[in-house]
Design a protein around this ligand. Structure first.
Ligand SMILES: [Zn+2]
Length: 494
């Protein structure tokens, strides 16, 4: 029996605002679509958190035995500077600034994005379609929406008719917004606007002669509206109705609301059955924002080359830190929080390594009941992918393992279950990497501890020039020693 048949997974479905039992349309096949990045600049950490959250979802569903088709798009055209269908294409604008071809910008930042995600040990999607690779399909969907009477053409652009759609459908269903409030909340259209209502959104925009990224269409030369590509690419690869759609909270409105409207208007189905939204990342208690300078890029996090952190952190530690919060809650990045996560991570990995050196006993005499622990660990993940609860389960096992010497007071079968589950949860599901076991990490740890012991000896002998010299030389090598009540610890800047 596949694991998914024994595990009832519950998902907080944004569209019903309820935690619902997940049932796959076509088990063991499962379709997952996640809105990918617009590749016009370096990916920021908030986006990384969203993609790591959905990597967890992908990993867990795969672990349960589903054959997941994971589609995550690359937006390489059509995303304008603001949501009001105005301004320049973000990629064209960047191309002008960097004096490159738009496709060079796309290539540069796509590679950068892939590089960062692989450092975080996030699996690539199984299909990664691009907007420019699906212009024909986008034109087809626009034509269908026009044919169904839910869009109109004006001077070479095509707009989605939100009021018309709302007569027979519920625009605002996902975001919980009411169309009357939306209308009163939008500014009046100016005289030259082509839209019949300020709520309408462009699904095809006429391109000005200076616009570089443009294509022929039945309505003239132009480019597709940003919201359209996700409707097109999700349904093309996953079907008109599919299982799960994910994305950052900031995309709920208007992007995802527009996706639902386009799906329903063109093929009668709303598309995904479960909507999942990842929450924001803040930095030192403040919203991350380029304009206030309160930002952190992945490479600054890894190297520590920033005034926002005391030192750099390995990507797997940052990943571990992020997974200590539920994907649906806000999470604050700070040096102290990362340092605490780093300590926890090393404790967990040390316990995992210790497990390999232990032997089982004839029978289980431990108060730690492996079968119950195993069940509770799955229950945590089945409850809307609750990684913080899973991690607290792993820490419970860590404390127990640390109390054992030579032999684990567990029967061979309990011991095997504990070992295999620790391995599966730490590496397959949470996607952590053992940096201590990589290369000479463990040996380095041993050597530094020898030096710290020598330094302690020197201090006990009141040979402070020697103890200070050891500390300073280690600092020169990027290893910072910290003295505390319970002895000295160290951290390495990577
Ligand atoms: Zn999208």
């Amino acid at each position: 029996m596949a694991l998914y048949e024994e595990n009832d997974v519950y998902i907080s479905n944004s569209i019903s605002r309820k935690k619902e039992l997940f049932t796959a349309l076509n088990a063991p096949n499962l379709g997952l679509y996640v809105c990918g990045p617009t590749v016009y600049s370096d990916v920021h950490l908030g986006n990384c958190r969203t993609f790591i959250s959905f990597d967890l979802v992908y990993r867990y569903l795969t672990h349960l035995g589903y054959k997941v088709r994971y589609v995550r798009n690359i937006t390489d055209a059509g995303h304008l500077e603001n949501d009001a269908d105005e301004g320049e294409d973000k990629i064209s604008q960047r191309a002008r600034l960097e004096q490159l071809e738009p496709m060079e910008i796309v290539q540069k930042y796509t590679l950068g994005f892939h590089g960062v995600m692989s450092r975080f040990n996030a699996f690539p999607p199984t299909i990664e379609p691009t907007a420019t690779g699906h212009i024909v399909e986008q034109i087809d969907m626009i034509q269908k929406i026009i044919d169904e009477g839910f869009a109109y053409e004006k001077n070479g652009s095509v707009y989605f008719d939100v009021k018309k759609y709302n007569e027979s459908n519920d625009y605002g269903k996902l975001s919980g917004r009411k169309i009357e409030e939306l209308i009163s909340g939008t500014r009046e259209l100016d005289a030259q606007s082509e839209k019949e209502s300020p709520l309408d959104f462009a699904i095809w925009k006429k391109a000005s002669p200076s616009h570089i990224m443009r294509w022929n269409s039945p309505w003239g030369i132009g480019f597709p509206g940003w919201h359209l590509e996700c409707s097109v690419m999700s349904t093309k690869y996953l079907g008109d109705e599919f299982d799960i759609h994910g994305g950052g909270m900031d995309l709920k409105f208007p992007h995802h609301e527009c996706e639902i409207a386009q799906n329903k208007a063109s093929n009668g189905s709303e598309g995904p059955r479960y909507w999942m939204h990842g929450n924001m990342l803040t930095l030192n208690g403040q919203r991350m924002s380029k304009s206030t300078g309160n930002t952190l890029l992945p490479h600054e996090l890894f190297t520590g080359e920033t005034d926002k952190l005391e030192k750099g952190f390995a990507p797997t530690i940052a990943r571990f830190f992020m997974l200590q919060a539920h994907y649906g809650s806000q999470l604050d990045f700070s040096s102290d929080a990362l340092l605490a996560a780093e300590k926890g991570y090393h404790r967990l990995m040390a316990a995992y390594r210790k497990l390999a050196s232990l032997e089982p006993s004839a029978e289980s005499t431990s108060e730690f009941k492996v079968a119950e622990w195993h069940k509770a660990s799955y229950a945590a993940m089945n409850d809307d992918f609750n990684s913080p609860i899973l991690i607290s389960q792993l820490f419970e096992a860590t404390r127990t393992i640390n109390s054992w010497e030579n032999k684990a007071p567990l029967s061979a079968s309990d011991f095997k279950l504990l070992k295999e589950s620790m391995q599966a949860f730490i590496f397959d599901v949470l996607g952590l990497e053992d940096i201590g076991a990589q290369g000479s990490g463990q040996k380095l740890d041993d050597v530094i501890n020898i030096l710290l012991d020598l330094r302690k000896q020197a201090r006990d002998d009141r040979d402070f020039s020697l103890s200070d010299a050891i500390r300073d030389k280690l600092a020169d090598a990027g290893i910072e020693v910290k003295d505390g009540k319970d002895g000295s610890t160290y951290s390495i800047s990577l």
